[in-house]
Design a protein around this ligand. Structure first.
Ligand code: ADP
Ligand code: MG
Length: 701
């Protein structure tokens, strides 16, 4: 496989394609909106629609869809064919500007948090011309032109993840421009960017098919620990197996075709775990592309003999999967605003202003940031002795930490740690200048040289909410700072003073040590930093006055929209745990118990036979007793789980109470059901155990 220019983006209606296919004046108009955020001139829509349709048809597309991000963390599409009957039994292919710009899907069939009644259905999807349309190419399936859109209710509220993200990008861009203006810089635009690293597991498809839990819930609800996990540290960056390499080749080809700049791939920490990272770019486009990526991971896996697990915690006992959102701001002139440069960092006042704004934002809105990385699966990672901890802190590294300390003590920094030369001790190895700062793997919000890496996000999550949260909280601090500094008569002096003041106030959020240690938990508590371990405890922070004020101040989301999202999150939690519980019941009642009872009976028959020969059969007798006691324990646990599930119904009209009930009474009870099953797995013959084991799933890809 060559990487050829034509391959890159062949399925995306990219800028280059638009330039080639649109009338010059139309392209120019569209570019104004894409590049500078100018309002879209809708009169060009017909012209764009024709070009888009012709291009899509050449790729084999027969249908088009408005493609949007409802509040499910996934995407939605409803296909319409390009066919239009003309009345004489024939048809023409039709796709108009009107159809490109707006459609009316049923707004009540998606999570709306009460914003839409079942009977009040109208909703709108509206074209986002800044994110390239693309043709979804399913081998042997329909090829569909997908048009990225926002999704709003008839009453005007956002029902999706794209609208607030777009708004937040405008907001943080505008506020960053105000700061840059103080330095005499006037780029046209500042764009929030993200490079999302995506972790995932690949398991053998046939084995996956036999695991109802993986198919229905995305994670194993049962499974005894294998003899080997990840303790040897021999999977991270390890040699990629042939079959996985084939998967990666197919994956890259598909991603590149969609215009996704897939760059880095490697084996991750846990057995059967891998990572893919595209090159960073515009947050909105990266968010769309991350959704395409997750979809493509699953599709390519299915056709190369795998199943791809994107769940945050498919297996107990080994690492779960997350997303690392590498966040930064870039100007239209190409200046990276989160990059302090290599030299004279101590004098880089502009960077120090952005740094102070970010530290203040993260400290003041730590709970909200934690919430933005909340989904049911992520509860298994955050606050559960796994990377990263649920406590939000910022890692700066030695060099920035030293500068921050100088500013805090003296009001300004005058020196910065110098980079040392590395000499390998062998002349054949080149020398080089090392970074002045180490990296920290345990920090949830880590400075990594020219960006901040938010490492808390769950693997299944849309990256929209973490992104629009960071954009908005940083915008609010930049705005506060600009308000003060725009009035200043002595800009440099006042800016330094303001930076020092803010760093002093928010220093507690900086932590450069081991975020996994128990000492940090105690230290964070002493500093007054929140440690929110469960999703259900994070959700209330979406609707506090402070959050509402923040989002309303910049028009990113209003109170009604925030309250609705909180309800959606509570309901999502309760429903997810409910599905897991019911899957457990089904697996125990219909797969595990029947097999164990058969096995036990067979042993018992054997024991009777042994005894008839005058043999004691004491080992057999002991095994039967061990199995029987676990079986009894399991039966009791299952009965109890059923009873608890029945009781959940009474909370259904109160989403918060419902979610809490599911956490306290159902989720917390899962281990009681799981324990006897996992013990039975180690007692029953491997030829009869109905489920592929952890060993098979993790080591026999
Ligand atoms: P890591 O060493 O953290 O695992 P990876 O190479 O897997 O790093 O991914 C790093 C991600 O950060 C990539 O998506 C990369 O494009 C992105 N990135 C690099 N520089 C920037 C930047 N200035 N702003 C935002 N993202 C960036
Ligand atoms: Mg990585």
């Amino acid at each position: 496989m060559d990487i050829s220019a034509e391959m890159l983006g062949e399925r995306a209606f990219s800028e280059a394609t638009m330039r080639a296919r649109l009338p010059k004046a139309v392209f120019k108009e569209l570019k104004k909106t894409i590049d500078y955020g100018a309002p879209l001139d809708t009169s060009i829509a017909d012209s764009v629609a024709i070009a888009m349709r012709e291009w899509a048809k050449e790729l084999g597309a027969t249908h088009y869809t408005h493609w949007f991000h409802p509040l499910t963390n996934g995407t939605a599409e409803k296909h319409d064919s390009f066919m239009d009957p003309v009345g004489d039994g024939t048809f023409i292919t039709e796709f108009t500007g009107k159809e490109l710009i707006k459609a009316e899907p049923d707004g009540s069939s998606f999570p709306s948090g009460g914003l839409r009644d079942t009977c009040a259905a109208r909703g709108y999807t509206v074209w986002d011309c800044t994110s390239p349309a693309f043709v979804k190419d399913i081998p042997d399936g329909c090829k569909v032109l997908c048009i990225p859109t926002i999704f709003i209710s008839y009453t005007g509220e956002s029902l999706d993840f794209k609208t607030p993200l777009l708004r937040s990008m405008d907001v943080v861009g505008e506020q960053a421009l105000r700061i840059l203006k103080l330095f005499g810089k006037t780029p046209v635009k500042v764009t929030a960017t993200v490079g999302p690293e995506q972790e995932y597991f690949l398991v053998n498809k046939e084995k996956y098919e036999k695991r109802l839990d993986l198919k229905i819930t995305g994670r194993t609800l049962f499974g005894a620990q294998p003899p080997k996990g990840q303790e040897m540290d021999d999977q991270y960056f390890a040699v990629v197996k042939d079959k996985v390499s084939h998967f990666m080749k197919e994956l890259n080809r598909d991603l590149w075709a969609y215009g996704i700049p897939a760059k880095t791939q490697h084996n991750e920490g846990a057995p059967a775990q891998h990572e893919i990272a595209p090159i960073f770019g515009n947050s909105n486009i990266a968010c769309d592309q991350n959704q395409i990526l997750m979809d493509t991971l699953k599709r390519v896996a299915a056709r190369t003999g795998f199943a791809c697990l994107v769940h945050e915690k498919p297996f107990v006992g080994v690492n779960g999967s997350g997303k690392h959102n590498n966040w930064s701001l870039v100007t239209s002139d190409g200046e990276k605003l989160i990059d302090p440069g290599k030299e004279n960092i101590e004098n880089n006042l502009q960077f120090q202003i952005f740094l102070a704004a970010i530290l203040a934002a993260v400290d003041d809105h730590a709970e909200l940031l934690r919430l933005s990385a909340s989904c049911p699966g992520n509860d298994h990672r955050l606050g559960a002795h796994e990377a990263p901890p649920a406590i939000i802190s910022v890692y700066l590294g030695d060099q920035l930490d030293d500068i921050v300390n100088q500013i805090i003590e003296n009001g300004e920094a005058t020196t910065s740690l110098q980079r040392k030369m590395y000499r390998a001790g062998s002349l054949v190895i080149p020398t080089f200048k090392m970074d002045a700062t180490d990296r920290n793997r345990t920090s949830p919000f880590a400075f990594t040289g020219n960006r901040f890496e938010f490492r808390m996000v769950g693997a299944t999550q849309s990256i929209s909410m973490p992104q629009f949260t960071i954009n908005t909280i940083v915008a609010s601090k930049l705005s506060d700072m600009a308000d003060i500094l725009e009035k200043s008569e002595n800009f440099e002096e006042d800016a330094k003073k303001l930076v020092a003041e803010m760093l002093r106030k928010h220093q507690r959020i900086i932590f450069n040590g081991n975020g996994y240690s128990d000492e940090w938990v105690k230290e964070a508590e002493r500093r007054g930093l929140p440690n929110i371990k469960r999703m259900v405890d994070a959700i209330p922070y979406l609707t506090t006055d402070k959050t509402v004020e923040l989002f309303e101040r910049f028009g990113v989301l209003n109170r009604r929209e925030l309250e609705a999202r909180a309800i959606v999150m509570y309901e999502n939690y309760a429903k997810t745990i409910n599905v897991e519980a019911r899957t457990m019941l089904e697996m125990v009642n219909r797969q595990i118990m029947p097999v164990v009872m058969d096995y036990e009976t067979k042993l018992a028959e054997g024991l009777v036979a042994l005894k008839s020969l005058g043999v004691s059969g004491s080992a057999q007798s002991q095994i039967i007793n061990d199995i029987d006691s676990r079986l009894g324990e399991l039966k009791v646990a299952i009965k109890e789980l059923e009873t608890r599930l029945e009781k959940a119904e009474q909370y259904k009209n109160d989403p918060k109470a419902w979610a809490h009930y599911y956490y306290d009474e159902i989720f917390s009870y899962f281990d009681t059901v799981r324990k006897p099953v996992d013990e039975l797995e180690t007692m029953v013959g491997s030829d009869v155990w109905p489920l592929p084991t952890y060993e098979e799933l993790l080591f026999e890809q």
